[in-house]
Ligand binder design. Structure first.
Ligand SMILES: Cc1cc2nc3c(=O)[nH]c(=O)nc-3n(C[C@H](O)[C@H](O)[C@H](O)COP(=O)(O)OP(=O)(O)OC[C@H]3O[C@@H](n4cnc5c(N)ncnc54)[C@H](O)[C@@H]3O)c2cc1C
Length: 417
């Protein structure tokens, strides 16, 4: 098992000296709610906080929004409409903006949205603009500003150097609880190596003529010349309603996604892997695959078990299988195996001024709730709670959860499991 906060940054910088350096950094903005990370959770948090009237800023290190939902290159956003029914006003805002991009942008099947990722990127920016939520891209949170036991903002790496954003509440939607980790919050133990997958989209194939098993057979026949091929390939699937396809495969494993050297090796190996997959399909006996071409690789690997907070409560596999409801349930975890409540405490560290949402919440390895729809739901709850906390001038841990729950119900959230 990997210790996730092996280097405790607060102890390392012994608080005062680092924080006085940060106080001298140019102040970019002061807001009620700062949302770090613009994946599904961050979009949910930003839309919800803005809807509550808070002044907000969403910061994202890539040049677009969507996070892992975009890095999948067309794989579905799951649990967006569980049982085919609307899940919340925030989920519906995202769906509406995506559908407004036109027929090519999305295919909806039951709870799932199969997006064309370029339309998804545009739709998410449109959703933020429609809500008047300010955002910055190409800025990366590289440390937390901490005063005593309270997170008061973050340090951003920008193209002009380091800058500071101050906030009443920071919502960590980095997908790997980075701000919480930087602030010195406790982290879950994680496996030493986790599976990672580089999404890729392919053109110039006759998708209708590709038979089940063709891709797996092509991969099987090509091992000798292409040693980096993945062990398992689920196959090629249509991107939205378009003429190209994304590939589902099990990527690479045996790497620590947070170790800089191992992560670099995994990223480079995966680039070579998707090229070898294309080569294998072109060399196959299936005619429908012989002209196939990669049209795009994802900007980075998707990581299956990201770093997560060890919060005031940790969701367990028993909670999931027992469909447990909690008095502080603020979101529901929908899954093929059923549903259970997600308590507010899974989003709260033993620090003030900070809420974690999305893939980084406090859950045991076997209880991680990764579906994009669930991440939007925890983002929604976190953004709304952050706005209430800022409005009332009290820390998130001191909020009356019933007020958060009432406000969520007004947004169309059903908190029963
Ligand atoms: C291999 C794989 C397959 C999956 N398949 C599916 C599927 O089929 N359907 C489904 O619904 N879900 C799937 N998921 C899960 C889903 O994609 C993620 O769980 C979900 O996107 C997580 O949302 P998030 O917003 O918490 O984090 P992310 O999507 O990871 O978004 C985090 C965002 O924060 C940004 N960020 C990170 N650090 C910083 C920083 N320091 N400063 C500024 N910005 C930062 C990132 O660039 C990113 O945009 C899959 C995941 C994996 C790994």
């Amino acid at each position: 098992m990997r210790e996730n906060n092996k280097v405790n940054r607060r102890a390392l910088f012994s608080g005062a000296s680092a924080q006085s350096t940060y106080a001298a950094l140019p102040l970019l903005e002061t807001v009620d709610v700062l949302i770090v990370g613009g994946g599904p959770a961050g979009i949910g948090a930003a839309l919800a906080a803005k809807q509550q009237g808070a002044s907000c800023l969403l910061v994202e290190s890539f040049s677009f929004f969507g996070g892992s939902a975009v890095w999948g290159m067309g794989r579905p956003l799951e649990q967006m409409r569980p049982d085919g029914k609307p899940r919340s006003a925030i989920h519906e805002m995202v769906i509406e903006q995506l559908m407004a991009q036109g027929d090519q942008s999305v295919r909806i099947e039951n709870d799932r949205l199969y997006p064309q990722v370029h339309f998804l990127k545009a739709a998410l920016a449109d959703a933020l603009d429609a809500a008047n939520c300010p955002y910055l891209v190409h800025v990366q949170a590289v440390d937390a500003c901490v005063q005593g036991s309270r997170v008061s903002g973050v340090v951003l790496a920008t193209k002009q150097g380091l800058m500071r954003v101050d906030a009443k509440v920071v919502v960590d939607c980095t997908g790997e609880a980075s701000v919480a980790c930087f602030a010195g919050a406790k982290m879950q133990e994680a496996p030493d190596a986790v599976p990672m997958n580089l999404g890729a989209a392919y053109v110039d194939l006759d998708l209708a003529a590709v038979k089940e098993g063709d891709v797996a057979e092509a991969i099987d026949q090509a091992w000798e010349k292409n040693p980096l091929l993945p062990e398992t390939v689920t196959g090629l699937k249509q991107v939205a309603n378009g003429t190209f396809a994304y590939m589902e495969h099990d990527g690479v494993s045996n790497f620590d996604s947070l170790d800089p050297k191992q992560r670099s090796e995994a990223e480079c190996r995966s680039r070579r892997q998707i090229v070898q997959m294309e080569r294998a399909m072109r060399a196959s006996s299936a005619e429908a695959l012989q002209d196939i071409d990669i049209c795009e690789g994802a900007p980075q690997l998707s990581v299956s078990m990201p770093r997560r907070l060890k919060g005031l409560y940790t969701l367990t596999p028993k909670d999931v299988s027992g469909h447990t409801m909690f008095s502080d349930t603020v979101a529901v975890r929908f899954d093929v195996s059923g549903r259970c409540g997600i308590p507010f405490r899974t989003m709260l560290p033993e620090l003030d001024g900070l809420i974690v949402a999305g893939a980084g919440i406090s859950a045991a390895n076997d209880a991680v709730s990764m579906a994009a729809g669930n991440c939007i739901a925890t983002g929604h709850a976190a953004g709304l709670a952050a706005a209430l906390s800022a409005k009332k001038g009290i820390m998130p841990r001191k909020l009356h959860v019933a007020e958060v729950q009432d406000a969520l119900r007004k947004d169309g959230v059903d908190l029963n499991v």
